[in-house]
Write a protein that binds this ligand. Structure first.
Ligand code: 5GP
Length: 235
């Protein structure tokens, strides 16, 4: 099953389809956590997430990962290829943190012997439940499609883990979303930003991501700006 993409306003982004097969993704300053129970606005967050996503999509494209990214279209906007999105979140983990602590008897911060890939069904009313290949098949997503998404997710992990390590940052975990383009190819979509990844400073283990907001660990904009600075060298 592949969902048709419509004009819509999500929690952190607006998606505006154009009539030439492209889409504008507008990043908002809104932040939500815990199924929307915690909400706030941070001036500049939309800009930072758009720019950070653009940097990371370019890094992946250079290493031959196909993404929907076409270009930056203004301060907090990206222009991307239109995809029919799968209702899935593909999570990759390198280090124990977040919801993995509830699944494995291993303390936070322990490096995993190999990356773990998890699938979640994207449905707020069900609380985005974790699913496996069998559940996905019932939803109309084939074993082959899942394998391809997992393969790309692990390749993204290899590339970004090294890219962040070179900048003194541990890529703890992250969430990807995929869609199909008009040619039937499975393409990496959505965003890759501190809203959708966990980044820890390698020395201090300080969070440079949305956990700052989730768990009141300090100033979110300072953390996102620090990450942007480490990636681009720009203030
Ligand atoms: P966890 O399952 O530990 O809560 O999340 C694992 C990783 O995926 C984290 O980097 C988290 O930011 C990301 N992630 C998982 N689900 C969502 C989601 O619904 N929205 C966003 N923005 N990120 C998610």
């Amino acid at each position: 099953m592949v969902k048709s993409m419509q004009v819509y306003e999500g929690k952190a982004k607006k998606v505006i389809p154009l009539d030439d097969g492209k889409v504008i993704m507008e990043f908002k300053d809104d932040a939500t956590a815990f199924d929307g129970k915690k909400k706030a606005q941070f001036k500049g967050k939309g800009w930072l997430n758009a720019q950070i996503s653009a940097v990371l999509f370019k890094v992946l494209e250079e290493k031959c990962v196909k993404t929907h990214f076409i270009g930056v279209a203004g301060d907090n906007r990206l222009i991307v290829e239109r995809l029919k999105m799968y209702p899935l979140e593909v999570v990759v983990r390198n280090v124990v943190a977040g919801s993995l602590k509830k699944r494995l008897p291993i303390e936070e911060g322990r490096e995993l012997p190999e990356p773990i890939v998890e699938l979640y069904y994207k449905d707020d009313s069900l609380g985005d439940p974790m699913i496996n290949h069998h559940h996905a098949k019932v939803l109309g997503i084939s074993e082959g499609e899942i394998k391809e998404m997992e393969r790309i997710a692990l390749k993204v992990n290899e590339i970004l883990k090294e890219y962040f390590a070179e900048r003194g940052i541990i890529l703890v975990d992250f969430k990807l979303e995929f869609g199909k383009n008009e040619r039937g190819e499975i393409i990496l979509g959505d965003e890759i930003s501190p809203d959708t990844c966990r980044f820890w400073d390698a020395k201090t283990k300080k969070s440079l991501d949305k956990d700052v907001f989730r768990f009141d660990k300090g100033d979110l904009i300072n953390a996102y700006e620090e990450l942007y600075h480490r990636l681009t060298g720009e203030a």
